[in-house]
Design a binder for this molecule. Structure first.
Ligand code: PEP
Ligand code: MG
Length: 547
């Protein structure tokens, strides 16, 4: 058994096979070879191994999940034997005199693109399968073999680091846990792990050269420990812990349907943070009162082109409908800094966190902003959508946003297109916004405090820099005073104020937030019921008196 330590992003126990995620460009190199026959022999051997693995997988799936689910492995076997696929690989090896890995990867990409472009839904879905079999061959050729990396089996993903654009591409149903060597506690990958409520570690002291792929792993998220090839005793202890946690979770489910009200009658809105419509199931399961932050930029990150108005409209409409009249706060795109989207063609910046991001992009690329606003205004007809603008620093920005919003509505009216009147609020995530919150409050319908960035900008600490995790202190009195001030200024102007940064889920501060009069906390879905439990047990006046 090997034991590694990392920083805990989210608690819980995950037990499963390890899948080492390597960036694809690192996987395959094009190498000139002199003996194509020997190369083709390697291919035949790898193919035989892959066929055998697929047969074993088929039989295992047949026993465990039935014939319909097992059929996919038969399809993979057929594809692996497909003559066009095999001919293409051989042709590349012989005509270009290159290594078979390169030929397999290129053929896989070409065939996947070809399938993806087909009209027929069934054929389009085969794009992923042809990539799968090519990856299986590549694993076998590189000696990484094993079933672990089978992308259809839920696994513990181990990676050097994961960019938001990579995490969004992973099939969430197949991820048991994330363990990364780099990455900070405040990165968006960490936030994603919290949203998915799965155990996760960052800054884990391990080497990806350690041949972890395929081995059995256990992630103890709460204690920041990652076991590889656990001994029987550890495995049994962790299984027991996992069972206990499951029971605790089930107990929390009895709080569903209860109002978030303290013993002395103070109410709190408990909303969920999401990045994707797939998160809605967790939102409903955990009985969120609404959505307090939908990070819409993830819609952009998932695509390789600007999402059209119609594509966005369908997503926002679906969220609004599923939430059935509950408030859904959609944040306009916050691209930039760590969330890079190639097709935005943003220039390299020395200080991206202090650079061209979020509302700054929207106000200078009106066509992008207007498309999103049109989709949001239109979707508002189908539920209680609210729009939230990120990275605000001045009244001037609000005025410019208001001008664009008015003009978008005029355009929709002229075109005879129906739209609603969503509430419009802002994020308070810069010290400037906190300090002028008294004036800002008169211009908007609500505030939501983004403590992730507010901490970064107030303490002058890059939230992405893992070396600075020990200095990143969202409990710093400067942050807590700003939160209190923002809430007070909101109330003076008759609007509500919430917190949607990660600090909102910090249960050591829930009572303090209630004492400050925070109206709403928007947290990852898995944190809602534990906070509700605390709220129900709190007497705010007694807490204040005892301070
Ligand atoms: C924040 O900054 O606190 C926030 C909620 O936004 P993000 O983490 O997406 O920057
Ligand atoms: Mg932010």
């Amino acid at each position: 058994m090997n034991t590694y330590f990392g920083k805990s992003v989210f608690g819980g126990i995950a037990i499963g096979r390890i899948r080492v995620y390597k960036k694809s460009e690192q996987q395959v190199k094009r190498v000139k070879i002199s003996d194509p026959d020997a190369e083709m022999m390697r291919f035949q051997l790898a193919k035989t191994v892959a066929m055998k693995q697929l047969q074993e997988l088929y039989e295992k799936a047949l026993r465990e999940v039935g014939e319909a689910n097992a059929a996919i492995f038969e399809v993979h076997q057929m594809m692996l034997d497909d003559s066009d696929y095999n001919d293409s690989i051989e042709n590349i090896v012989r005509s270009q005199e290159v290594n078979v890995e390169y030929a397999v990867a290129t053929t896989g990409d070409n065939f996947a693109q070809m399938f993806a472009a087909m009209d027929d839904d069934y054929m389009r879905e085969r794009a992923a399968d042809v990539k799968d079999i090519s990856e299986r061959l590549l694993r076998t050729l590189s000696g990484r073999g094993g079933e672990s990396a089978d992308t259809r089996e839920p696994a513990i993903i181990v990676a050097d680091d994961l960019a938001p654009s990579e995490t969004v591409q992973l099939d969430k149903d197949l991820v048991l846990s994330f363990v990364t060597v780099h990455g900070s506690l405040n990165s968006h990958t960490a936030i994603l792990a919290r949203t998915m409520a799965i155990p996760a570690l960052v800054g884990t002291l391990l080497s990806l050269e350690d041949e972890l792929d395929g081995k059995l792993g256990i992630v103890d998220g709460g204690n920041g420990v990652f076991y590889v090839n656990p001994d029987e005793e550890t495995l049994a202890a962790m299984q027991k812990l996992q069972q206990e946690e499951q029971e605790k979770k089930e107990l929390l489910q009895t709080l569903r349907g209860k109002e978030n009200v303290t013993l002395d009658g103070q109410k709190l809105m408990l909303y969920a943070n999401i990045g994707n419509i797939k998160d809605l199931a967790a939102v409903l399961k955990n009985d969120a009162g609404g959505i307090g932050l939908f990070r819409s930029e993830f819609i952009y990150l998932e695509k390789d082109h600007y999402p059209t108005e119609e594509e966005q409209f369908q997503i926002y409409k679906q969220v609004a409908q599923v939430m059935a009249g509950k408030r859904v706060i959609i944040r306009t795109l916050d691209i930039g800094a760590d969330k890079q989207c190639d097709y935005f063609e943003l220039e390299h910046e020395e200080n991206p966190a202090l650079g061209y991001r979020a509302i700054r992009i929207c106000l200078t690329r009106p066509e992008v902003f207007r498309t999103q606003l049109r989709a949001l205004f239109r979707a508002s007809v189908f539920g209680k959508i609210a729009i939230m603008y990120p990275m605000i620093t001045s009244i001037r920005e609000i005025k410019r946003i208001q001008e664009v919003a008015v003009s978008v509505k005029e355009e929709l009216t002229e075109q005879g297109i129906a739209f609603g009147e969503p509430e419009q609020g802002i994020m308070i995530e810069t010290p400037a916004a906190a300090l002028i919150s008294e004036e800002l409050a008169k211009e908007v319908d609500f505030f939501s405090i983004g403590t992730n960035d507010l901490t970064q900008y107030t303490l002058a600490i890059d939230r992405q820099n893992t070396k600075l995790d020990e200095f990143y202190d969202p409990h710093h009195p400067a942050i807590l005073r700003m939160i209190s001030m923002v809430v007070e200024n909101a109330h003076k102007a008759g609007i509500w104020a919430g917190i949607c940064g990660e600090l909102g889920a910090d249960t050591s501060l829930t009572r303090e937030f209630l004492a400050m009069g925070v109206d709403e906390l928007s947290v990852s879905p898995g944190s809602i019921l534990p906070i509700r439990k605390l709220v129900l047990e709190t007497n705010v006046e007694e807490y204040k008196a005892g301070k």
